[in-house]
Design a binder for this molecule. Structure first.
Ligand code: UGA
Length: 424
């Protein structure tokens, strides 16, 4: 047994598994509990059900310290800090669905030795309301800022760690600080509500940055500027920073759309109309559909046209398709009467039912064979390495819409393609 504090992780989805394996890597014994028996069994055999670089290796390396179980009892017996990593999806009203968090709380006794460490993204005020009902339990808000595709390095080298606790749970917050000490990151120690708000405000701000640059891109197309150049020039200003200024076909994923909506809704529930976020969402929805107009500009009616979508995942290095632009595009293209084929190195089969009847191809070359246009939706590195002369030969019409400004525009034009980027 290591001398480090044993940890409980409740909910072994993407956040839970990354958290469990990284804490095991830091030397902690981790008891990770999920209600899905199949998942627990396959994890116990060392099989990692999600695509996250470095994660299978970490799980394998730390298997002796990682204990997966469906049972809460061993978690409560061995660990005092209980990391809650369950889903909080949006409901139809736009509020977060906290039923999974509530189900976890219902299983816990009122032992004052245990503390909930809330990793799940919850509305501001959730911690206070839980503490009011369960004042025996400790409570620490510890929002996560991991990005899919780079979650392991993000965990190990965070920009900051946020620990929100009220006086009553101060001793648990001290133990959380000790836990994160080896990462040598700035620690923001604050109250619970502020910690909850830091999470939502950070995601909403990053989403705003993307919608902002997407609008700059759209105006640049009209005015003859190149958004990549504009972003480069803006990003060198320390106050702005270069990241999250990549114009594209809109943001997706399980976090930005949900968290922007949640913050807007939280504000609305207090009677405050968060106008800026309303615009951020609307700009993103329009951005996801803008590609249709670009295709029509070159092809006219899309009825019967063969359109290849390169990339299905909401971003590269993940098989996550939640709120992915590919889903909106395949649906809209089918609505316009086009025949859609899609290719993604890992995510296409996952999305099969959501792709509005699109044909799933086994390779990018198969997808573009006979196509009237190819749309790059996700910037998977392998698309940059395609043999574009061969692609050109296979396509019926050599039209590329580069939805991420990812490809070498000049090389494609020289290879005989009509190239449409975003904001250039
Ligand atoms: C996001 C945040 O970046 C994490 O800090 C946070 O922990 C996470 O949400 C969460 O709340 O769990 P993630 O959804 O994995 O992480 O993905 P991002 O890399 O942030 O990308 C989100 C979307 O924005 C993608 O569709 C991406 O293509 C798009 N994007 C990103 C742009 O269109 N332009 C950019 O410049 C950056």
């Amino acid at each position: 047994m290591s001398e480090k504090e044993p940890i409980g992780v409740i909910g072994v989805g993407w956040v839970g598994l990354v958290t469990a394996s990284c804490l095991a890597e830091l030397g902690h014994e981790v008891w990770a509990r999920d209600i899905l028996a199949d998942k627990v069994e396959s994890l116990s055999r060392g099989e990692v059900p999600i695509h996250e670089p470095g994660l299978p290796e970490l799980v394998a390396k730390n298997s002796a310290r990682l204990h997966f179980t469906t049972d809460m009892a061993p978690v409560l017996e061995h660990a005092r800090l209980l990391f809650v990593c369950v889903d909080t999806p949006p409901t139809y009203s736009g509020d977060a669905d906290l039923s999974r968090v509530e189900a976890v709380i219902a299983e816990l006794g009122d032992s004052d030795e245990h503390a909930l460490v809330m990793k799940s993204t919850v509305p501001v005020g959730t911690g206070r309301s839980i503490q009011r009902r369960r004042d025996g339990l400790g409570y620490v808000s510890n929002p996560e800022f991991l990005q899919e595709g780079s979650a392991v390095p993000d965990f190990m080298k965070p920009d900051r760690v946020v620990i929100g606790a009220d006086n009553r749970s101060g001793r648990f917050a001290d133990r959380m600080e000790a836990l994160y000490e080896p990462l040598d990151a700035p620690i923001v120690r604050t109250d619970v509500a502020s910690a909850e708000m830091i999470k939502l405000a950070s995601n909403a701000f990053l989403a705003t940055k993307i919608s902002f640059i997407n609008e700059i891109a759209n105006v640049s197309e009209e005015l003859g500027a190149d958004v990549s150049e504009v972003a480069r020039g803006m990003g060198l200003d320390d106050r702005i920073g270069p990241r999250f200024l990549r114009a594209g076909v809109g943001f997706g994923g399980s976090c930005f759309p949900k968290d922007v909506q949640a913050l807007k809704q939280l504000a609305g529930n207090t009677g405050y109309h968060f106008q800026l976020l309303t615009a951020v969402v609307e700009v993103n929805e329009l951005q996801k559909r803008r590609t249709i107009g670009k295709l029509q500009k070159h092809l006219g009616s899309l009825v019967g046209k063969e359109i290849a979508l390169l990339g299905v995942a909401f971003k590269p290095n993940t098989d996550d398709i939640r709120e992915a632009t590919s889903l909106v595009l395949s649906g809209r293209l089918a609505g316009e009467g086009a025949n859609v084929r899609v290719y993604d190195p890992v995510a296409a089969t996952r999305a099969d039912e959501m792709l509005a009847g699109a044909r799933i191809s086994d390779s990018a070359l198969e997808a573009v064979d006979g196509a009237d246009a190819a749309v790059l939706v996700t910037e998977w590195p392998e698309f940059a390495d395609l043999d574009w002369a061969e692609v050109r030969e296979k396509m019926r019409v050599p039209l590329i819409v580069d939805g991420r400004n990812f490809l070498d525009r000049q090389a494609l034009i020289e290879a005989g393609f009509t190239y449409e980027g975003i904001g250039r």
